[in-house]
Design a protein around this ligand. Structure first.
Ligand code: RUB
Length: 313
């Protein structure tokens, strides 16, 4: 239980962050947790697994990869705890391997859209987006990247570190300079925490501003997103919840106390309408955002008919 709670806390505090990493960490934790606790019988096992699943899902509300990963592992079967444990282990390992392969495959598919000499703008820190840039660079294309800081948590610093270690020339800019630099770039590549059934993309706050500026300047916007970031529940009309994080990420509590009429608003993500997205690059292909439903149906197995019968926390 201690380790389960520690993993949940690491995801909540963003020590483990990024939609793909969160998903893999949750799958690994369910596997390890199942292996650790003694279960009297299968009913006891199921009860404990359900508790763990719900705890992990509650840590961050926006990344759909998290409930999708948990759902993938919670499909385990077994007549007794031993069988169920083996099934959990298999499903979790499968999810993690597929997820790692998906990021690699997105790199290969997405890199075909990058031309030699391109300048690319990116926002926040997305493993899938970085995978495209890394593959383009590795295949011999000379690219240049403009990376935003991504306030308030400065994930842009992670991006420049990764790109620098790959030998990619990168400029770091403040978020408010996005439109200023838009004229200098050829395309935008960003990640996703969730993709809705109608092809909208939820990603780090500021993503929609970058996409809007790109649209105005007629620059292509590519979103790098594994299939498990697509949200089946948006088919039911559910909205993806936007995480509101603590005010102290923006201003210290002490400083804030100096004001009587000031509150801090700190949404961690925003929604980019599909009109501002040219392509969503998944591990099964590069699709226009209008095709999001096909991914949900074909690759997550959630058609309109069966959607209500699936496991939900
Ligand atoms: C991270 C973020 C990333 C997506 C995709 O937000 O918005 O663009 O999660 O990342 P946070 P990846 O830092 O708040 O988790 O491609 O690595 O899954």
């Amino acid at each position: 239980m201690k380790q389960l709670k520690e993993t949940a806390e690491k995801i909540k505090s963003m020590e483990i962050r990024g939609a793909g990493r969160i998903a893999r960490a949750a799958a690994a934790e369910l596997r390890d947790y199942a292996g650790r606790f003694p279960a009297r019988d299968i009913a006891d096992f199921n009860k404990k697994m359900k508790y763990a699943a719900e705890l992990l899902i509650s840590t961050r509300p926006t990344a759909v990869s998290l409930p999708n990963a948990v759902r993938a592992v919670m499909r385990y079967v077994g007549e007794n705890p031993e069988e169920a444990k083996a099934s959990v282990r298999k499903l979790a390992d499968e999810f993690i391997t597929n997820s790692e392969n998906a990021v690699r495959k997105i790199g290969e598919i997405g890199a075909r859209r990058v031309r030699d000499g391109d300048t690319i703008m990116t926002h926040c820190n997305s493993s899938a987006a970085v995978s495209i840039m890394a593959e383009a660079h590795a295949s011999g294309k000379k690219i240049n990247v403009i990376a935003t800081e991504s306030r308030p948590r400065m994930q842009g610093h992670l991006t420049i570190k990764q790109l620098d270690s790959l030998g990619i020339e990168t400029s770091l800019i403040v978020d408010s300079a996005v439109r200023y630099f838009m004229k200098d770039i050829d395309l935008v590549i960003m990640g996703a925490d969730a993709v809705t059934a109608n092809g909208s993309v939820i990603n780090k706050i500021g993503t929609s501003q970058v996409a809007l500026a790109a649209h105005e300047a007629r620059k292509n916007v590519i979103i790098a997103a594994e299939t498990y970031k697509f949200s089946p529940r948006t088919l039911l009309g559910e909205l993806v919840e936007i995480e509101e994080r603590d005010s102290d990420e923006v201003i210290s509590k002490e400083k804030l106390r100096e004001f009587s009429k000031v509150i801090v608003k700190n949404p961690a993500f925003d929604i980019t309408p599909r009109e501002y997205i040219d392509l969503i690059c998944t591990e099964v292909g590069a699709i226009p955002p209008e095709m999001a439903y096909i991914i949900i149906k074909e690759y997550l197995g959630w058609g309109l008919g069966e959607i209500n019968s699936n496991w939900k926390s």
